[in-house]
Design a protein around this ligand. Structure first.
Ligand code: PEP
Ligand code: MG
Length: 516
């Protein structure tokens, strides 16, 4: 029996024999290649794969079809097949070598992209290149005949779609990502899927008995463990059904966390229920100077328009700590995380704060805007902000400028805010729990610190007890609570948060699919 810990793209429990799929290595002779023959071979394999994909899309259900159609578009992209054909023409290399090089370089381009969603497309490109390689080698797809756990270095969504789904009990790949199309497919069908360990894969042969249990992979377990896990796997299936029931009874909004207009566009395209957290400090970090009221107004107005009637929660600049603008001469602080950051920075830099509040008030008349204050520890900080807001309103009225006063919410991310939640709930219109900072300040562990990861635990019981207190205080005052820290994006913890009484989860756009 051997045990490995991998990364979970789709959490779950499964036990079944391994079905190993060999990925394609390039085997080629040293003989020179005939360009015309290689071009013909590649075109033939390309057309063959396209036919397979079109057939798979036709037979797929509604949730899978768009993923296969995205594969077809990627395949048809001239940068993919066109570049490989060009390489053969210009360099006289084999069709296999050309498609493999194009697959590697395009996937590297995707990996260099700053968007997590685009990064995940790297796997799709490599998968397509592998599929073409397989066709070039004239191999027939391995046939899956009994319930199995699929094991592969990489697995393309196409390959997945051509397998008998009911027979796939789990998947283990060496390369992968939690937001790849394969992960999304695994999520659609509730198939446990783990990835990311070369050593584990080299230990597995087809027919070995495997267990996937959360992030754990067990090869050839003893009979006692196998019996226990089989029982748990059945319970897991029952609880998945219960989860569906829960979602129906308690509709929970799934919002996106964003830091720019392009993030907001992506979140809208991915059908987020709203933007739960627009981190505006990034607008202040970009430029050689502070963004003017006008520039901010244009950005917030555009964001409000993109979201339409869906909520757009704009957080005022959380400057300070690790986010300091280059154009500002901020005095050195010994403990910047405990220094002048968030609401403290805003109240210490009133003109900057007023510019931002005026821009937000003006943009609020173009959509469903909410205003959120970071790093609140005391009620006076909310009262002071309300006073500044009133002052901005008076100015805008006097100027005859269009505006609207949005709901004012606060981040609950300091232990003080948790303990003061009953009083704060009476002053604020909503709460948003920032578990990233709440973990840092509660567990006394620097979120930027290196080598202490195992102590930074957002699922710590202390954090959950605090969230319970905050939800209770909010409920007593009838105000809603969102969780917008990274904890909200951990699917197993999301269910716990919902059961505690959280009304909405706000997560990275890349996690929207999995969480929904
Ligand atoms: C948080 O602290 O959980 C949060 C969402 O805010 P940020 O990560 O921007 O500090
Ligand atoms: Mg924070």
């Amino acid at each position: 029996m051997k045990k490995f810990i991998l990364k979970a793209a789709q959490l779950g429990i499964a036990s079944a024999p391994a079905f190993c799929i060999s990925n394609n290595e390039i085997l080629e002779s040293a003989a020179p290649f005939d360009r015309e023959i290689e071009l013909g071979l590649l075109n033939h394999a390309y057309e063959g794969l396209k036919l397979q994909l079109v057939a798979a899309a036709k037979n797929a259900d509604l949730s899978t079809r768009p993923l296969i159609e995205a594969e077809i578009m990627l395949l048809e992209d001239s940068l993919f097949i066109g570049s490989a054909l060009k390489m053969i023409r210009e360099k006289g290399i084999s069709a296999s070598r050309a498609i493999s090089e194009v697959g590697a370089s395009l996937s590297q381009n995707f990996l260099n992209n700053s968007s997590e969603y685009m990064k995940a497309r790297a796997d799709d490109v490599r998968g397509l290149a592998d599929d073409i390689l397989q066709l070039l080698r004239g191999e027939k797809r391995d046939e899956l005949k009994r319930p199995s756990i699929i094991v592969a270095r990489e697995l393309s969504p196409t390959y997945f779609s051509c397998l008998e789904r009911a027979l796939i009990k789990g998947m283990v790949t060496e390369k992968g990502s939690a937001i790849s199309h394969l992960a999304i497919l695994a999520g659609n069908y509730g198939i446990p899927y783990i990835y990311g360990c070369e050593e584990a894969l080299s230990e597995i042969k087809s027919g070995d008995c495997l267990i996937i249990d959360g992030e754990n992979l067990i090869i050839n377990p003893d009979s006692q463990m196998l019996e226990k896990v089989t029982l748990q796997a059945n319970q897991f299936l029952d609880s998945s059904k219960a989860k569906l029931h829960l979602t129906k009874e308690y509709p929970v909004k799934i919002y996106a966390n964003c830091a720019s207009l392009s993030d907001i566009e992506e979140a809208r395209a991915q059908n987020a229920d709203g933007i739960g957290l627009f981190r505006t400090e990034f607008l202040f970090l970009e430029d050689g100077d502070a963004p003017s009221e006008e520039k901010q107004f244009e950005i917030y107005r555009e964001a409000a328009k993109i979201m339409g009637e869906k909520e757009l929660c704009i957080r005022t600049m959380d400057i300070g700590s690790d986010k300091t603008p280059k154009w500002m001469d901020i005095p050195h602080e010994k403990n910047p995380a405990l220094g002048c950051r968030g609401i403290r920075f805003s109240l210490e830099n009133l003109q900057l704060f007023k510019n931002q509040l005026r821009a937000i008030l003006r943009a609020a008349s173009f959509g469903n805007v909410k205003l959120l204050l970071p790093m609140i520890a005391s009620t006076w900080e909310i009262e002071k902000t309300r006073e500044i807001l009133r002052n901005c309103e008076e100015e805008l009225v006097a100027e005859g400028t269009l505006f609207k006063v949005p709901d004012l919410g606060i981040m609950i991310e300091t232990p003080a805010a948790v303990m003061m939640a009953p009083e704060l709930a009476a002053s604020a219109d909503f709460f948003s729990i920032g578990t990233n900072d709440l973990t840092q300040y509660t567990l006394a562990i620097d979120r930027e610190g290196e080598g202490l990861d195992k102590y930074y635990d957002p699922s710590h019981e202390a954090i959950f007890r605090m969230i319970r207190l905050v939800c209770q205080a909010a409920k007593n005052q009838g105000i809603p609570v969102t969780v917008c820290g990274e904890l909200a994006g951990i699917s197993t913890e999301a269910e716990r948060l919902i059961n505690i009484g959280v009304d909405a989860l706000s997560v990275a756009t890349a996690k929207l699919h999995l969480l929904k």
